[in-house]
Write a protein that binds this ligand. Structure first.
Ligand code: PGA
Length: 254
C-alpha cells in the first residue's frame, strides 16, 4: 500500500487525476471505477480541465460507478446518476453507452446487481477504482459489518451515513434507506485502487483503514489486501496517522 500525504485538497485531487489520466493515455479503452460524494469532485474537476485544455480523450473510456440509492428517480438531484452527469460526464467526451451506474429503480434489483457484475467482467474488469471513505470507514455503501468478500447487492444504509448525507436532502427523513452497491470483493478485483480522503472528519477512519487491522468493522481496511493501492490524503485527514508518509508517490505517475 502506498500512502501519500498532500498539503491540500487541490494537490490531492491533482495527483489522483494525474494517475487516472496516465492510465487513460496508456489504455484509451480503460475501464474506470468511479465514486460519488464530495471527495472526488476535485479529481473530476482536474480531469475535466485536462480534457478541455490538454485534450485528454475519454471517447473510448468505459465507466462503472460504485453505488446508487434505491428508489430515487435518475433525474432527482440527489441521485448518483444526476451527480455523475452534472459533475463529470457532461463535461467530457465519454460515450453514453459506455457509462454504467447501478440501477436503483430496477424492477428486479437482485437480478440487476448480478447483471452489473457480469457487465464489469465483460468489459475486462476495472482498471482503476476511485474510492472515498465514509467517516464510519465505509467504502462505496459497504457499511461496517459488510462481508469482505461481498459482491454488488442491495444494502441498508447505516444511520451514520444517512446522517452524513442528510446535508444534501431537505431532511434526514428524505435520505433513502436502501442502496445498491458494488461489494468489497468486487472493489478488490479492480487492478488498481486510489483511495482518497480529505478533512479532519476522515482522520479517524483513515487511521483505522491504513494502520489498523483488516476488519469488516472498517470496510476500507480491506484495501490492505490489494496489491496495488494508492492512498492519497490531505494533511487534515492524515492527522491521526502514526507512521511517516511521503508527499510524493515513489513511482512516476505519468
Ligand atoms: P464524501 O463521502 O466524499 O462525501 O465525504 C465519501 C463516502 O461516503 O464514501
Amino acid at each position: 500500500m502506498e500512502v501519500v500525504v498532500k498539503g491540500t485538497y487541490e494537490e490531492m485531487s491533482c495527483l489522483a487525476a494525474q494517475v487516472v489520466a496516465g492510465i487513460v493515455c496508456r489504455k484509451p479503452r480503460a475501464v474506470l471505477g468511479l465514486a460519488t460524494g464530495s471527495t472526488p469532485l476535485g479529481t473530476y474537476k482536474e480531469l475535466i480541465r485536462m480534457h478541455k485544455v490538454e485534450k485528454l480523450d475519454f471517447s473510448q473510456v468505459v465507466t462503472f460507478n460504485l453505488d446508487e440509492y434505491v428508489g430515487l428517480p435518475e433525474d432527482n438531484d440527489q441521485s448518483y446518476h444526476y451527480f455523475m452527469r452534472e459533475n463529470f460526464f457532461k463535461h467530457i467526451n465519454v460515450v453514453r453507452a459506455n457509462i454504467h451506474i447501478p440501477d436503483g429503480n430496477a424492477e428486479d434489483l437482485e437480478e440487476a446487481c448480478a447483471m452489473y457484475e457480469i457487465e464489469i467482467e465483460e468489459f475486462g474488469g476495472i482498471d482503476v477504482q476511485i474510492l472515498g471513505i465514509g467517516s464510519n470507514g465505509h467504502i462505496a455503501f459497504n457499511e461496517p459489518g459488510s462481508s469482505l468478500g461481498s459482491r454488488t447487492r442491495i444494502k441498508t444504509l447505516d444511520e451514520r451515513t444517512r446522517r452524513d448525507n442528510a446535508r444534501f436532502f431537505k431532511s434526514i427523513a428524505e435520505v433513502p434507506k436502501y442502496c445498491v452497491t458494488m461489494g468489497i470483493g468486487t472493489i478488490l478485483e479492480a487492478r488498481k485502487i486510489i483511495l482518497l480522503a480529505n478533512g479532519a472528519g476522515k482522520a479517524e477512519a483513515i487511521k483505522a483503514a491504513i494502520e489498523g487491522p483488516i476488519s469488516a468493522s472498517v470496510p476500507a481496511s480491506a484495501v490492505q489486501l490489494h496489491p496495488d493501492v494508492l492512498v492519497i490524503v490531505d494533511k487534515a485527514a492524515a492527522a491521526r496517522l502514526e507512521r511517516e508518509y511521503p508527499s510524493e508517490p515513489h513511482r512516476l505517475v505519468r
